[in-house]
Every structure is written in C-alpha cells, then in structure tokens.
Ligand binder design. Structure first.
Ligand code: IVH
Length: 703
C-alpha cells in the first residue's frame, strides 16, 4: 500500500468516494486479521493512519459517508483494538487495614482460621504497596507470550506489545523455570519521570497527567507501542497466577526465585513473626515514603507459608492470607486565598477553597472543597486563613481545619452569597427538605435562564416524557448548544431552528454528522411536536418538584395553557386567592407551590416561557370522561399486567377519570391485580377493597 496520498483538501468528489470505499474495505480486512485471526499484517500506527484518513475525508465530504463506514461503529476504535485475555487464575484485590488494631485483628483471624495454638509461630511478609497498575505476564517455556491488565479481575486487556517495551520485563527468563509461569506485579512510574513526561506533554500541547499512577496507566494502554516505549515504565514483581510446577514453598522464597528469573522485586520486603514487627516495618516504610522516588499507598502483609495460603483461600475477591495496611490520608498546611462559588448543573452552589499551591502526598493541590455553607460556618474559615488540607486517594482534597492562631488581623467572616455568580444575579434559595427543614444546598433560582443550568434544562425539555422530539436527544442538544450558526439556548430556539436555517442556507445539512435527509427528518419531528399536550408542556418547563404526575394534575385542574399561565403568574405575584386555589388541588404541596412561585418570579424564566408559548400550540387538557364507571375512583394496579404496560394502564384509567395510586389504603376503591401480586393484594384483601383481574378490567371498563 505504498501509494502517495493526495491531500484531503485537494481530493475531487469522485476520488473521495472511491477512497472511502477502499478505506472501508481495507479497515474491515485488517480488523478481521487483528481480531479474528490474531495475525495482523500492519502495525497499529499504520492502522491508525487508515482511520484518520477515513475520518478526515468524511469530515470534508459528509454526504459521501458510507453505510459501511468504519466510523459508524460505536466506541473508540482505540480501546476496541485491545484484545481481551481471560485470566486463568483470577486477579484479586486486597482487604484494607487502617490501624494497628485492624492489623492485630487480621493476624488473629488468620490464626483462628488455621486453629493455631497461641505459641505457634506465624511468619508474615511485609512490603510496600505500589501505587501503579497490576499486570499479569504469561511465560511459556521461559518466553513471554502475553501480558494482560487486570480488567475486571477475570478478563483483562491484551497489552503484550506494550509490555515488551518495558525494560524491567524480561522477554526470556533466566535459569530453569516452570513450563507455564504467570508473573504478576505492578507497573509504575518514577516521580521524576512523571514530571519529565508532563513537561513534554505540555510542550507538545497535549494534556498533562494528574499523577504518576495515571501516567503509568495512560502509557501502558497506548495503541502505539512506540509511545509506550518512549515512556520509562517500571515493573516490580510481587505475585503469580498459574504456575505449572511451584519452584518454592514460601512467599519469601518465591520472590527470591522471581529475582533469579530476572525480575525486579521490591528491596523493602521483610519477614516478620508478630504484629509488633509488622507495624514497626510499616512505620519505617512510612518514614521513607517521600524519598522512595515512586508512589506507594500502604504496606502489604502476606502469610509467608504457601501451604497455609492455600488453606486460607479467599473470601469473595480478597485472599484471607493478605491485607493492605493503608497510609492515612495525607495532610498539609497552606493558606486559603479565597473562597469561590461553583454552580453545578442543577444550580447547586458549591464553595471551593482556592489555596496557595501545596504538595499533599506528591500531588500539587490548589483547590479543595468546602462542601456547603454550613461547613464554612462550622470551620469559620476566612480568606487569608492558614488551613490544614487533606487528600485521600483520588478523592477531592478537603479543608480539615483552620489554624486560628495564624489568622491575619482583619480577616473577615465569610458571607455566603445570596446572589448567584451566574451573570443573571438571581437570588440564591435554600431549599427545604421533604420534611420541611431547611436543606444544606443553596441553589440558583435562575433555572432555565442560568447559563450553568440551561443545558440540563434543555435535556429535560426534549426528554421522552416531555417534548419527546425524535432525533433530538442529549447528544444533539449538546451539539446545538455550542453551535455558532444555529444555537439552541432556550426551548423556543428549537422551534425556530428551521426558520433560522431557512432559505437556501441549509447550514444544518452541511454540518458534520448531518446531511439533507437527517436535517429534514429533524425539522419534521420538531414540527410534529409544535402541537403539544398541556401536561407535557408544563412538565417540560422543568420546574423543580413538578414531575410528570404533578404536571398532569395541574393540566387537568387548569384545563388550558392560558388558565395555567394566569394562575402561576398570580401565585408568583403572591396573590392569596390564586395560591389558595392551588393549595386546594390534590397532591400539590407547599414545596411545589414554592417552586412554581420561584420559577415564575424570575424575569428570565417568564420571558423564556412566553417565547416558547408563542412558538407552540398547547392543547387543552383532556377532560376526564365524567360518566365512566371509574370516574372519581382511586385505582391501584399491581402485579404483572399482560395486555398493557403499567404506563398505559395508568393513562387509560386517568383518561376515564380515575385517580391512580401507587399504594393501597382505605381510600382505594379498586385494585387491578395481575400474576405475582404480593403485599398490595394482601393489603387490599385485609381492607376489603374490591380486587379484579386485568381481563375483568377490560370487560367492565374499557371496551
Ligand atoms: S499482592 C492476591 N502486593 O494492590 C493479592 N498487591 O489492592 C495479589 N498492589 O491489585 C496482590 N502493591 O495492583 C500485592 N506488593 C503488592 C502490591 C499489590 C500494589 C496492588 C495490586 C492489587 C491491589 C490490591
């Protein structure tokens, strides 16, 4: 395939079409060789190049994208290219100990399990727990045949080509070795190498890694082994999987054997006979931690005698014969420069501490969470304060305490904002919990109008139970939200899309991933929803606490959009009569009314709703069939229904004027029970409520 490629920009349409055809064929051919026959003819890099070219051509000639294009395949082709390898012996994890007492309990458990006499010695090894990622290496007749990541413990990814580039991993073992020998250990990165790799990434404008562990993972899981080779990965051997003939009978001697085979093993491994010496070694390693040059997160203890290990076996995914004694979360002292407020996707305001950069456990920390206003109050933390921060594993660092003696004079008490930092300057509200207490979360009341919340609201707006527009899902919302030509920032924008794309502009049809047909389909789907039921309209607004049921109740009660709109504006206006009328509605509690009032007090929300109402035709709510046999009755469906879905049953009953409840009470008039009905059926019988089956329901009420 040594042909010179024409630059994509210079391809004629005909040439592009024929090349796309060739690429589809070629990629499919190599996929089969790679996945099916395990005999690839080209390097991963060359394969990647085919993909890139295919994508580039499709990008320029969207309409030429073939139905059999490789890019239709879901998922990243990169990860798809790692074959799976089943582990013949599962790769397990370790139970954790966090205190000396936990270690004592562990040793006691082992002794009890083995029914050991108090005086009987029990040897245990202690070694650092490396913070990298585990790898299983399979050697047959002393030769490396495969390397697999841990994956889910049963099946991992085939990273053989990459493992071969790691100098700590011998391709051929030294000495006389078992026919089958699976070696397990940790791939890791030296801290100094991590810094160097990140500097290079930064120079090349590529993303930097958060810590050495992530760098190791990112480097090992490269599609191109040349990249792995350029990263100085290290490997410590500490365990094994399948071994055809065991060359030793203790953990210690197995490790000696692995070293003799050519592996690096950790020099800080010792053998102890009691809890006190295990813990003493733990303290010693902890003291050396910062100077080791690589990250560790604890010390692993293992029963030394392999015959005892076998007797001890496993509980779920952990061996009974080993435990990881973890280091406590790391702490550091630094200055808190400021407190910023972040607005989440639901409008929740989270305070974030901006810190003077400080290294905590080898990671530079500049931000820490303060959780909420109560936490700030509790700590009485103020900008300028000296604080202790803590970081445990991958969790977000947190501010632990304030060193008040170091507080600069004039440091003022922090006042949690009452105005949202989004550009709207909307009031922040503190929501009530279901039980009526003041909740800890403060939210921006801007809802749809708040830029932080808008996209979430749009997603809700098009969701299945709201406007349910075919072909306009979360992905497309994200696309239009950021689209410079046809932005959709508010619900009304959806209904003006076609107009904005009108005339002979046809901007959408020309965009990547679209085309004339899909653009037209979308416009048709939107048109179809321009007429919408009142309940869906209300639900689609995304008012907090106004779920589908509440929306339906509101729709039924007010009947028309105008009546509903007048009512909510009056409620927002604090007109007592309107509020009373709403309170009187079934199932509408104070939290709902509060949320409605808040929503419609916001100018932005009001404008947004009005613009939407101008674009759509809201149908009046269907009035219940007043004279149906079940009108006014409360019905409960339970058990499996065979002729209709639960949703349909509910809609049908409501259509006939019934109220559908989720549980049986004295107020229940009728229970429709299908096969498998349990407690609700029993309760109905206890309360003497009429119970019928699905067929009777149809005979009596539907027809
Ligand atoms: S022994 C059957 N020894 O920790 C137990 N694991 O939390 C086999 N790890 O998945 C593991 N250093 O990735 C063992 N010296 C060490 C270790 C170690 C790091 C990792 C390993 C394992 C995880 C368990």
């Amino acid at each position: 395939m040594d042909q010179i490629e024409t630059a994509v920009e210079e391809l004629s349409e005909a040439a592009a079409a024929s090349e796309l055809e060739r690429l589809a064929r070629e990629i499919a051919y190599h996929d089969k060789l790679y996945h099916g026959d395990d005999a690839p003819e080209i390097s991963d890099a060359a394969y990647d190049a085919l993909w890139r070219r295919n994508r580039a051509i499709e990008h320029r000639f969207t309409h030429l994208k073939r139905t059999d294009s490789p890019s239709h395949r879901v998922g990243a082709p990169v990860s798809e290219r790692f074959e799976k390898i089943g582990h013949s012996v599962a790769m397990l994890s370790l139970d954790n100990a966090f205190s000396e007492e936990d270690v004592g309990d562990f040793v006691e458990r082992v002794r009890r399990f083995l029914k050991m006499d108090p005086g009987q010695p029990l040897g245990l090894t202690a070694e650092p727990k490396i913070d990298g990622l585990s790898l299983s290496l399979r050697y047959e007749d002393g030769k490396l045949v495969s390397a697999a990541t841990r994956g889910d413990g049963q099946t991992g990814e085939d990273v053989t080509a990459n493992a071969r580039t790691i100098t700590d991993i011998p391709a051929v073992l030294s000495g006389i070795v078992p026919k089958v020998l699976e070696i397990r250990g940790e791939v890791y990165f030296l801290n100094a190498d991590f810094v160097a790799v990140n500097e290079r990434q930064e120079r090349e404008g590529k993303p930097v890694y958060a810590n050495p562990r992530n760098t190791a993972a990112g480097s090992l899981r490269q599609l191109d082994p040349n990249i792995t080779a350029s990263r100085p990965l290290k490997f410590f051997a500490y365990a094994w999987g399948e071994v055809s003939e065991m060359p030793a009978d203790t953990q210690m001697r197995m490790i000696d054997f692995l070293r003799a085979c050519g592996f690096r093993t950790n020099p800080l491994m010792v053998r102890c006979e009691d809890v006190a010496s295990l813990v003493a070694h733990y303290r010693q390693i902890e003291a050396m931690r910062a100077e080791l040059g690589y990250d560790i997160d604890g010390v692993v203890y293992k029963v030394d005698d392999l015959a005892l290990q076998r007797r001890l076996g496993f509980v779920s995914r952990n061996p009974r014969w080993a435990i990881a004694h973890k280091f406590p979360a790391e702490k550091a002292v630094t200055v808190l420069n400021d407190i910023d407020i972040q607005v989440g996707r639901t409008g929740a305001l989270t305070p974030v501490a901006r810190l003077q950069p400080v290294t905590v456990g080898g990671v530079v920390v500049t931000n820490a969470t303060l959780h909420n206003a109560e936490e700030i109050e509790r700590l009485d933390v103020r900008p300028g304060d000296t604080v202790t921060v803590q970081r445990a594993g991958d969790v977000i660092p947190q501010v632990l305490s304030v060193i008040t003696e170091k507080r600069p004079s004039g440091a003022e008490k922090y006042v949690f904002p009452t105005i949202c930092p989004c550009d709207l300057k909307t009031p922040v509200v503190r929501e009530e919990t279901a039980s009526g207490e003041a909740g800890v979360i403060r939210r921006c009341s801007g809802e749809f109008a708040c830029p932080y919340q808008r996209i979430e609201h749009l997603r809700h707006f098009v969701s299945r139970r709201a406007f349910d527009i075919d072909g306009l899902g979360e992905k497309q919302i994200a696309f239009f939200y950021d689209d410079p030509d046809l932005p959709v920032r508010a619900p009304a924008d959806i209904f003006t899309l076609q107009k904005r794309d009108g005339g002979n502009l046809k901007k959408l049809a020309a965009k990547e991933g679209w085309g004339a047909t899909s653009a037209e389909k979308l416009f048709a789907a939107i048109e179809q929803r321009r007429t919408i039921g009142l309940d869906r309209m209300i639900y689609g607004l995304g008012i907090r606490h106004v779920g589908e049921n509440t929306a339906r109740t509101l729709a039924r009660s007010y009947g028309s959009w105008n009546a509903f709109h007048d009512a909510v504006l009056s409620v927002a206006n604090e007109e007592e009569e309107a509020r009373e009328e709403m309170v009187a509605l079934d199932d509408i509690g104070p939290a709902v009314i509060e949320a409605i009032a808040r929503y419609f007090s916001e100018d932005h929300n009001r404008a947004l709703v009005e613009q939407l109402a101008d674009e759509v035709n809201v149908e009046d709510a269907e009035q219940p069939v007043a004279n149906s046999a079940v009108s006014g009755k409360t019905v409960v469906f339970t058990g499996a229904l065979e002729r209709m879905s639960r949703d349909e049953a509910k809609a049908m009953a409501e259509q006939m004027g019934a109220k559908v409840a989720g549980s049986v009470s004295k107020k229940t008039d009728l229970v429709v029970a299908g096969p498998g009905a349990g407690s609700k059926l029993k309760k109905a019988q206890d309360l003497d409520v009429e119970v019928i089956d699905e067929d009777t329901w149809f005979e009596r009420y539907v027809k």
